[in-house]
Design a binder for this molecule. Structure first.
Ligand SMILES: Cc1cc2nc3c(=O)[nH]c(=O)nc-3n(C[C@H](O)[C@H](O)[C@H](O)COP(=O)(O)O)c2cc1C
Length: 281
C-alpha cells in the first residue's frame, strides 16, 4: 500500500495443469474427492505475482471441494512461493460454498500456520436455500454449467446475487484494519456484519462426514491416483453412498441433532464460536 492511501492489488488466478473441466462431467467431479480430502497437491502453471514482494494483506478466495480445500489451492499453499509470500503476512479468506465449509477452513488454517502466515479474517458466502434443495441445484449447475432455475421451479443455485452485491460492506472494516495495520479486531467486526453464519446441525453433519470422507479417500486411493481407470468402480460406490447419505440419512441426523440439542448446548455454542473465529486450536 502506498502512502497516498491508494491500495494496489495484484490478482493471481491459480491455473491447474491439466485444467479441471467446467461444466464437470460426472466422473471428473467425483475423481477430485480423494486428493482434495487428503490434501494431495497437483500441478499449477507458473505464478505471475512476485513471491519475494512483501504484501500488506493477502486475500485467499476459494470454493470447497468435498468438505476440503480445492486441489489448486492446496497445491498453492504447499508451494515454496506461498511459504515466502505468506510468512508474517495477514490473510483474509473469502469462501464461496454451498453450505459446508467449516472443515475445509480448518485445513486452510493449518496450512496458513505451516506457512507462518496470520489468518485475520474470514468471509464465508454460501447458498442460503434448504440443504437438500441446494444439493440438487448445485449439482445441476456444476454438471450443466447453467446457473439458472432447474426445471423453472428450483431456486437459482449458489451464492445469491444479492449476497454477492452486499459483500461490499465487508470492505470498510478491512480498509480500516489495513490503514491502521491493526488486524486484531477485524474478524469480530466482520462477524458483526454477518461474514460467517453457521447452522449447528449442518456443521455437526459436516464434521462427521469429513471423517468418513477420509476413510473413503484412502479406500479409493489404493486403486490409483487422479483419473486412474482402476478407481472408477470405487468412485461410483462413493457417489451412490454419498447421495444416499445426503438424501436419506442427513434429514434424520438433523432431527436427532435438534432433539438432543439441550444436552450438548454449551459444547455446541463453544464449537460455533470457535468455527466463526480465525484461531487454530
Ligand atoms: C468438486 C466439487 C465439490 C464440492 N463440494 C462442496 C462441499 O463439500 N461443500 C460445499 O459447501 N460446497 C461444495 N461445492 C460447491 C463449491 O463450494 C462452490 O459453491 C461451487 O463450486 C461454485 O463456485 P465456483 O463457481 O467458484 O466453482 C463443491 C464444488 C465442486 C466443483
Amino acid at each position: 500500500m502506498s502512502l497516498d492511501k491508494t491500495i494496489h492489488f495484484d490478482f493471481e488466478s491459480l491455473m491447474p495443469e491439466p485444467e479441471f473441466p467446467f461444466p464437470w462431467p460426472d466422473m471428473s467431479f467425483w475423481d477430485v474427492m480423494p486428493e482434495s480430502v487428503r490434501k494431495i497437491p497437483s500441478k499449477l502453471k507458473p505464478f505471475q505475482f512476485d513471491h519475494n514482494k512483501k504484501y500488506d494483506l493477502i486475500f485467499l478466495g476459494y470454493p470447497i471441494w468435498f468438505l476440503s480445500p480445492p486441489i489448486p489451492l492446496t497445491t498453492f499453499l504447499k508451494s515454496d512461493a506461498a511459504k515466502k509470500v505468506m510468512a508474517g503476512t495477514p490473510i483474509v479468506t473469502i469462501i464461496g460454498a454451498r453450505n459446508m465449509w467449516v472443515s475445509a477452513q480448518e485445513d486452510i488454517k493449518k496450512m496458513i500456520v505451516d506457512n507462518k502466515g496470520k489468518l485475520v479474517g474470514n468471509i464465508a458466502l454460501h447458498d442460503r436455500h434448504q440443504n437438500l434443495l441446494s444439493v440438487i441445484t448445485i449439482i445441476y449447475w456444476l454438471m450443466t454449467g447453467k446457473k439458472d432455475r432447474y426445471l423453472g421451479i428450483f431456486p437459482k443455485p449458489g451464492v445469491s446475487d444479492e449476497d454477492i452485491q452486499q459483500a461490499t460492506r465487508f470492505g470498510k472494516p478491512i480498509h480500516k484494519a489495513l490503514s491502521s495495520g491493526h488486524f486484531e479486531q477485524l474478524q469480530d467486526d466482520l462477524c458483526q456484519l454477518g461474514s460467517v453464519e453457521l447452522s449447528p446441525d449442518i456443521t455437526s453433519i459436516e464434521l462427521k462426514a469429513k471423517k468418513i470422507f477420509y476413510i473413503w479417500s484412502g479406500f479409493i486411493l489404493k486403486k490409483g491416483g487422479p483419473r486412474a481407470r482402476e478407481r472408477i468402480g470405487r468412485l461410483k460406490m462413493f457417489k451412490w453412498y454419498l447421495l444416499f447419505v445426503i438424501f436419506a440419512v442427513s434429514p434424520i441426523a438433523s432431527l436427532v441433532f435438534y432433539l438432543t440439542y439441550p444436552l450438548f448446548y454449551s459444547k455446541i455454542r463453544k464449537n460455533m464460536a470457535y468455527f466463526k473465529g480465525v484461531d487454530l486450536r
